[in-house]
Design a protein around this ligand. Structure first.
Ligand code: UDP
Length: 246
């Protein structure tokens, strides 16, 4: 990544990596990448790669965190030291703690936690390579890993970023699935997650400056892309299930 602000992030309707505003990066989903876990998945959005593993439902420690009526979904999001350009200091800081919290809240909304009172469902989201939008890639991976672990859910979580980019005249344009230059230099970025079948928004965080009109336009674009990602997730799970039943 250059340290100088680029003159434009979009020109002639094309972004720096050649995408149109409504295009996501090439997405890959790999199921069961960590066989020792109860469930796992890797999600790749362009150069962003994230692995999620799930352990549980299992006994919850420390005991004071126990919830009598339902399971507690715990998330630990972290980045590998080598996942970013400047070495990431090991261990979670303020940013990682915040991301873990919002991911746990989103997943708790779809997991049928009432089925496992007092238990823990532990989700580890590990960023292997970061090129922006890691929390949303991680949320897709976490949802798939939960399904891979056989944990009953009301819906899958589909997550992506959208935001405001600019052209050579400084004019703003809404785009989906931000890569790093767009995240760093863009005029606004939004982390978004939805449960498509339930029609519920599970995550919405914004940095920067976006008008309501622009937000609505970006959300419409993101909802359209979310449906494509939802279909990819279902295909990946189906393939995994067919492979497991052989
Ligand atoms: N990033 C980094 N070092 C860090 C944290 C973030 O280089 O310690 C980069 C990384 O590419 C990340 C991007 O900044 O994906 C955007 O980070 P943000 O906090 O907006 O979260 P994300 O978009 O990854 O969910």
């Amino acid at each position: 990544m250059g340290d100088e602000k680029p003159k434009f992030l979009i020109k002639g309707g094309k972004r720096l990596d050649g995408r149109k505003p409504e295009d996501v990066r090439p997405i890959q989903i790999k199921m069961g990448v960590v066989p020792n876990a109860d469930g796992s998945a890797e999600v790749i959005f362009g150069k962003t790669r994230v692995i999620a593993t799930v352990y549980g439902p299992r006994e919850l420690h420390p005991r004071h965190q126990v919830i009598n009526e339902r399971a507690r979904v715990r998330v630990r999001y972290d980045m590998m030291t080598f996942s970013v350009e400047d070495r990431k200091r090991p261990g979670p800081g303020r940013r990682e703690t915040e991301i873990s919290k919002v991911l746990a809240e989103a997943l708790t909304r779809v997991v049928i936690t009432e089925k496992y009172p007092t238990r823990a469902i532990d989700v580890f989201v590990t960023v292997v390579q970061a090129d922006a939008s890691t929390r949303v890639a991680g949320l897709n991976a976490a949802s798939l890993a939960l399904a891979d672990a056989g944990i009953p859910m009301r819906d899958l979580v589909v997550s992506l970023s959208f935001g405001k980019s600019y052209d050579e005249k400084g004019q703003g344009h809404m785009v989906v699935d931000l890569e790093k230059e767009e995240d760093n230099w863009g005029m606004g970025d939004i982390a978004y997650a939805v449960a498509p079948a339930l029609g519920e928004v599970l995550l919405l965080q914004m940095d920067g400056d976006v008008t309501l009109e622009e937000f609505k336009k970006g959300k419409t674009m993101a909802d359209k892309a979310a449906l494509e990602i939802y279909e990819m997730q279902k295909r990946a799970l189906k393939a995994r299930y067919e492979e497991g039943s052989k």
